[in-house]
Every structure is written in C-alpha cells, then in structure tokens.
Design a protein around this ligand. Structure first.
Ligand code: ZN
Length: 418
C-alpha cells in the first residue's frame, strides 16, 4: 500500500466515510476523499492531489474551490519551483476550524488548540499537586478557553472539545468507565464538557488517540499495522491499528497493553491484578533510581544514559524493565504481526538507551516471521500525539462529510463563554 492509499484508508479511523450513490453523494464522497488527503498530507500540490484521486483536472478544480469556499483549505503558491512547466498550486489545510484537545494526567493537564493537518497551534500545561477530579478538569478547561476567547473568537471556529484520557473510555458516549490513576470511576466527562463549553465533546483512551496520530502524521505514516505504547506518568497505554483500523473492541476498551501479564509473581497493579506491564515498568522507578523529582523529569534521559554505564544498580533496573517490556512486545508481535511498534513517553527513553538489547531479546523470543517484519520506532510527534489524536475525534465529521460543515459557523461559537 502506497503512503497516499494508506492516508486515504486512515481518514476513516473512527468512522466509515460516505459512499457515493447519486450525484450529490458522489460530490460529498469526492470532497471527503480530497479533504482527507489534504488533511493527512498537511500540504499537497494540486497535481499530486489530482494524481492521487484519479479524477480530471476540472473536477479537481471544482472540488478545491468548494473546499476553499468552506474555509477548510487554503490554496497558495507552488512550493516546488524547480519543476518544468506551469507550477502547480499548493493546497494546505486551513486553521479556521480548531478543536480544543485536552489530556488530563496525574501531574498536569495539557490543553491544545489543534487545527486540521495535525497542527497544534497552541499548547498550555497546567501543573497540579494531586490528580484532578473530572469536575476540576472541566472547570480548568472552561476557564482557560474563556481566557483565550478574544483570540479564539476572531481567528477560529471551535468545532468541539476532545479528550485523551489515561483509562477506559466508552466508545458509545465518551464517558470514562475507569481511569485508575486519576481515581475516576464512571465519569460522564464528555457530557460535562459539552455542557460547560456549549460545543460537541468527545473522549477516547489516550494511547488510542496516540496511535491514530502517529499513523496519520508520525512514525507510523504509510502503514496500516501499527502498535503504540505510551509510557506516561500514570502508567502505560496501548493503542492498536490493525489492517488500517483502530482496534477498540466491543465497548471501546480494547488495546490495554499496559495490563498484559509480564510476571506471574510480579508487583501489584492499580487495576487490582498483579504482574502487569505497567506495574513492572514504571517511570517512577526510573526517576527514583537517579534521584530525580517529577518536576525535573525532562532530565531523566540524560541522567539515565550516564548511570546505565556507570552504575550497576541502575543498569540492573533498566535491564529488568527492558526484559519486561520485551515480554509484552513478544506477545504483541506474535499476536498482531505489526509493521511498526511506536514507543512514546518514558518508553521511548528506555528504547533509546537499551534499544539494541531490546531488539536482540525480541529477535530471540518472538516468532521468526513477525519478528523479522517489525521495526521499533520512537514516537515522532512526542507528547503532541495525544492531543493531535484526540482532535481527530472531532474532525471526523468534517472529513467524512465536508458539506455538513457550517459555512462561517455559528453553532460552535464560544462567544458567550466566560
Ligand atoms: Zn494492571
């Protein structure tokens, strides 16, 4: 599958795209496909768009004009001036429509203003001493958005708010069934946010958001078989894309690789079980090993890399964590035969320091076919992946049916807020 085909397949992540029956349906389907391609590419020449869609130039011109009139794209000068002949126009996603993406975590809540094309226009981080309640998250988001209102209202239309939650999120109504580290049980967080902000709200598991973002815009681009493992302050999240589909399972709770068993006599896990990957492989243990407080966690990699060489106790700890990670990865690789395993957060640090050791263990322990076909990669979008993936939840109605997007919308205005 070429990267364009992969991008096209990916735009249907959380929902099926519209299919053409009559002329109007066909127009909607063409607009959806074109916008999906531009969204995935961020920026694409009109010539490339024409080639990818296999339509004639005048049809493409009509589609582009239509999307431009809806403020969904911006058409500008050609990027490539070296080409012979008339330069093609360059088409980019517009920043007019934005999503407020939120990622509540143990130590901080991050809020991002995200535009199409995976562009984070602004990021605000609110530190907290203890895990926030759902109500506190809603109140802080409301206050922050109210503070940004003059700027937001002038330049952007907020189409929705989307949460990446470290826990089990219902695919039906976006409520949180369980977020053990935040201490949330049955919190209707999407409904609460929609009420507070007056815009549609969505929520999904954080690593599911992460895998969607990495496949669309990051380390998994061009592949339909990607597993994302994110090491956060509150444990390890997992997101699975198999055969170009996000695997969510019956209720949206699938992909919890953090709770896969790696040691039968292992440490107690917050989920109530024991020996789970996230109970054995923790950021806290790594921070403690190099006497680092949470507030200086950005120094973790440099200190660990040094201590891995100089200190036996730190090397033993890291090697034990790498071995546990290898057990979990072996199960994933043998079960799903992924092309790319993306490691994010502190797992990316583990991978960079002990990557060779990790790969050696995988080659020795996983089945030969799947082991040969997989590659380990660091998350290319860094901590932005969760925000970008969450925003994708809200952009999906745009992508599946751009005609339904209100022209110069009023529906999603936040003007009354604050
Ligand atoms: Zn567990």
């Amino acid at each position: 599958m070429g990267s364009m085909d992969a991008a096209r397949a990916m735009t249907g992540f959380f929902d099926a795209p519209v299919r053409g029956k009559n002329l109007d349906d066909l127009r909607r389907a063409n607009l959806s496909t074109a916008l999906g391609l531009i969204h995935a590419a961020g920026s694409i020449s009109r010539a490339d768009l024409t080639r990818s869609m296999g339509l004639n130039r005048s049809t493409i011109a009509t589609i582009v004009a239509d999307l431009e009139a809806r403020d969904l794209i911006v058409v500008g000068e050609a990027r490539d001036t070296k080409r012979i002949g008339r330069p093609s126009l360059e088409i980019s996603t517009s920043v007019r429509h934005v999503v407020i993406a939120v990622n509540p975590e143990l130590d901080a809540t991050t809020l991002g203003i995200v535009a199409m094309g995976g562009r984070v226009l602004r990021e605000v981080r609110m530190e907290h001493e203890r895990p926030p309640t759902a109500r506190e998250v809603v109140n802080s988001v409301r206050a922050l958005v109210a503070g940004m209102q003059p700027e937001l209202g002038e330049r952007h239309v907020v189409i929705g708010v989307a949460l990446a939650v470290p826990g089990l999120v219902s695919a039906v109504d976006g409520s949180v069934r369980l977020a053990p580290h935040l201490g949330w049980v049955d919190e209707p967080i999407s409904a609460m946010l929609a009420d507070a902000l007056g815009v549609p709200a969505w929520a999904a598991n954080d690593a599911s958001c992460g895998v969607v973002a990495e496949v669309l815009f990051g380390a998994g681009t061009g592949s339909g078989n990607v597993v994302f493992l994110n090491g956060g302050a509150s444990g390890i999240g997992g997101g699975i894309v198999a055969e170009a589909r996000l695997i969510q399972g019956r209720g949206g709770f699938g992909g919890e690789i953090g709770h896969t068993l790696v040691r039968t006599d292992g440490a107690a896990c917050r989920c109530g079980s024991q020996g789970c990957l996230e109970a054995e492989v923790t950021r806290r243990a790594l921070l403690e090993a190099v006497d680092l407080g949470v507030e200086r966690s950005h120094e973790l990699e440099a200190l660990l890399a040094e201590a891995y060489v100089d200190r036996d106790d730190v090397r033993a700890l890291l090697d034990a964590q790498l071995a546990s990670l290898a057990v979990a990865l072996r199960t994933i690789i043998n079960t799903l035969n992924p092309e790319v395993v993306v490691l994010g957060g502190f797992l990316e640090i583990l991978g960079r320091i002990g990557g060779e050791r990790l790969e050696r263990m995988l080659r020795a322990d996983a089945l030969p076919g799947p082991a040969e076909q997989v590659r380990l990669q660091g998350a290319r979008l860094g901590r932005m992946s969760l925000l970008i993936g969450a925003a994708e939840l809200a952009f999906r109605p745009f992508l599946s049916d751009p005609i339904a997007v209100p022209v110069a919308a009023g529906r999603a205005s936040l003007a009354d807020l604050g």
